[in-house]
Design a protein around this ligand. Structure first.
Ligand code: ZN
Ligand code: ZN
Length: 368
């Protein structure tokens, strides 16, 4: 049997398909047939300029994937041929005794010194098929979906899990609360839908670009969402929208830029949780952003919480799986319109489209 693997020769380079032989899965392994890959902003960065975590080129990138189980090895009981599965990006290191990733580990894979991720240290899913090793099948972020879930929906698993990691690190910070989302890209659009599903009182979305904000408000507003254009009056307008509260309860930074961090710190009020979700990408690396916190007045008396999350572990993969399997995000398919669908023969065009300021979620189809 043969399969197709797309190699990106170098950052800024080209994708070249190669037809390679494909083995049967060994004991404990499964073989999957890739159905969809969705494009993350990190894929756009890798495609343009690489990533220090990717040490060898050519590389197989793309990490947001849904797939159908094609064959299972001896002793595999959790999966059967025909199962639709979704797969997370951050994966265990493979050492079954690891205190983070092993059988009795904490599950904090990204804390492991040997942490790895698909599309980074571990090959990504720009390929028609893959064999997942036994430790991946046993411990890794792979979940199967009910037949009502489409391959398009299943490929949202990983980015949705990353979003939920930020929204659920502190208990009860969303339900019946006022949520501010800084940015109107895909992570903010997932957060908006999760906040709706989790029972937020009001969701305020702030964005610099009018076009994408308008698209999100048109397609995802259920009456609880307010959009605010980011101008010189942004702070006072956010505070006014928080009424009858003075400040928001949850602020999520989904723009990879210092002004997003600066704005978030100015919104901190009584009981506010901030999730520094997007990292800051500067031309010269990541700049330091200093903000003074008074442990007595801000943290003890005003109960503020400063947190950051990146990536996803098994806990948030299960949460995302639950939302998708339960059809709890009814507008999810609106994140991808006809201009955001591509065939695997056109990966470079898909990545270019994902970089547009009005795009939400690009999906690459591997069925044909
Ligand atoms: Zn991603
Ligand atoms: Zn480990």
């Amino acid at each position: 049997m043969k399969h197709l693997v797309y190699y990106l020769d170098r950052p800024g380079g080209v994708f070249t398909p190669r037809e390679l032989p494909l083995a049967d899965p060994g004991p404990g392994e499964i073989r999957i047939r890739v159905r969809r890959t969705s494009v993350c902003q990190s894929d756009c960065v890798i495609y343009r300029s690489g990533l220090p975590r990717i040490k060898s080129w050519p590389a197989v990138i793309l990490h947001e994937v849904s797939a159908t189980v094609d064959a299972v090895g001896q002793a595999v009981t959790a999966f059967s041929p025909g199962d639709l599965v979704g797969i997370g990006c951050d994966i265990p290191c493979g050492d079954l005794n690891c205190i983070y990733c092993g059988i009795n580990g904490t599950g904090d894979w990204t804390s492991c010194p040997h942490t790895q991720a698909t599309g980074h240290e571990f090959p990504g899913f720009a390929r028609t098929h893959a064999i997942l090793p036994s430790w991946f099948v046993e411990l890794g972020p792979i979940v199967k979906f009910s037949p009502d879930v489409s391959p398009d929906q299943a490929c949202h698993l990983e980015p949705l899990a990353c979003c939920l990691e930020g929204m659920t690190r502190v208990n009860h910070c969303i339900e019946n609360r006022v949520v501010v989302l800084i940015g109107a890209g895909s992570q903010s659009t997932y957060a908006l839908q999760c906040a709706q599903s989790m029972g937020a009182r009001k969701i305020i979305m702030v964005n610099r670009g009018a076009e994408r904000l308008k698209r999100v408000l048109t397609d995802f507003n259920d009456g609880r969402v307010t959009g605010i254009a980011w101008d010189e009056h942004v702070e006072e307008r956010i505070f006014a929208e928080c009424h009858p509260f003075n400040e928001p309860h949850f602020v999520m930074i989904n723009v990879p830029a210092e002004p997003g961090y600066r704005l978030a710190t100015r919104l901190m009020g009584y009981g506010t949780v901030v999730d520094a979700h997007a990292g800051i990408k500067g031309a010269t690396g990541k700049p330091r952003v200093a903000h003074e916190v008074d442990l007595n007045n801000d943290i003890h008396y005003r109960l503020q919480c400063y947190q950051a999350t990146h990536g996803s572990g098994m806990r948030s993969i299960r949460l995302a799986h639950g939302l998708l399997n339960g059809q709890n995000l009814p507008r999810l398919d609106r994140m991808t319109n006809s201009s955001e669908r591509f065939s695997h023969t056109n990966i470079a065009a898909a990545l270019a489209r994902a970089g547009d300021s009005n795009s939400l979620k690009v999906i690459i189809n591997w069925d044909d």
